[in-house]
Ligand binder design. Structure first.
Ligand code: 13P
Length: 250
């Protein structure tokens, strides 16, 4: 496989600046000989602190969301311009917590995706089905809709800066990981959706991560699958003891 493995830590709403700094320092130290592509996405409040620590290393700096507008009267929102000012390189968009807890729909997510790409960010677009959707046989339909609508208006050139993260909602934070076979099937299907939209070459190049209870003891089996090109890690990214073995999976 020519695609590079990409392991990302999504810290969600955890950690003070001091805690963030200590974890980021451990990551820098222990991943300096790491062979894959890496990202850390702290809370907005930790970005500046963590950014100073990962600057110039092999760990990219990420944010977990951005506003759909560039700037203006949007109380409580954070703009792409502000993220750029902090040195953020990658923005996670469409995370299931944004979709299902904060009610972001595909149209809003698409607006954010286009804005982030226009400003030169790499985007990790998260997709994935709810348990009831899986039970109703709708995994492919959900992956297709969220991919097609999330990428509407994204050019072929911009797609080079897009990563997809397949995160089945029922597997997030539950300790229930998708089997490598089920994750690979959903991700193979999503790659076909990309092929339909952008052609076979783009589909072969795009990185598709898996997320949902990735742990040191299941990372290697997941990433051995043809269509699983990395991991978007939540809970296990909060401690070096669990994140580093995932990031250095063999
Ligand atoms: P967990 O690894 O805690 O299941 O979270 C996955 C996730 O949502 C990463 O974005």
């Amino acid at each position: 496989m020519s695609r590079q493995y990409y392991i990302a830590g999504n810290w969600k709403m955890h950690m003070t600046r001091a805690e963030s700094a200590s974890l980021a320092k451990a990551m820098v130290e222990q991943l300096k000989d790491g062979k894959h592509k890496y990202l850390v996405a702290p809370s907005f409040t930790g970005i500046e602190t963590v950014g100073a620590i990962v600057k110039g290393t092999n760990i990219r700096l990420g944010a977990q969301n951005c506003a759909s507008e560039e700037q203006g009267a949007h109380t409580g929102e954070v703009s792409v311009l502000q993220l750029k000012d902090l040195g953020v390189q990658t923005i996670i968009l469409g995370h299931s917590e944004r979709r299902h807890v904060y009610k972001e729909d595909d149209a809003l997510i698409n607006k954010k995706v286009k804005l982030a790409l226009k400003h030169g960010f790499e985007v990790i677009l998260c997709i994935g089905e709810l348990l009831e959707e899986r039970e109703a046989g709708k995994v492919e339909a959900v992956c297709e809709t969220q991919t097609v609508k999330g990428l509407e208006g994204v050019t072929a050139a911009e797609l080079a800066n897009v990563v997809i993260a397949y995160e089945p909602v029922w597997a997030i934070g539950t300790g229930k990981t998708a089997t490598p076979e089920d994750a690979d099937a959903a991700q193979a299907f999503t790659r076909k959706v990309i092929a339909k939209l952008y052609g076979q070459d783009a589909a072969e190049k795009i990185i598709i991560q898996y997320g949902g209870s990735v742990k040191p003891d299941n990372a290697a089996q997941l990433m051995a699958k043809e269509n699983i090109d990395g991991a978007l890690v939540g809970g296990a990214s909060l401690k070096p003891e669990s994140f580093i073995p995932i990031a250095k999976f063999a």
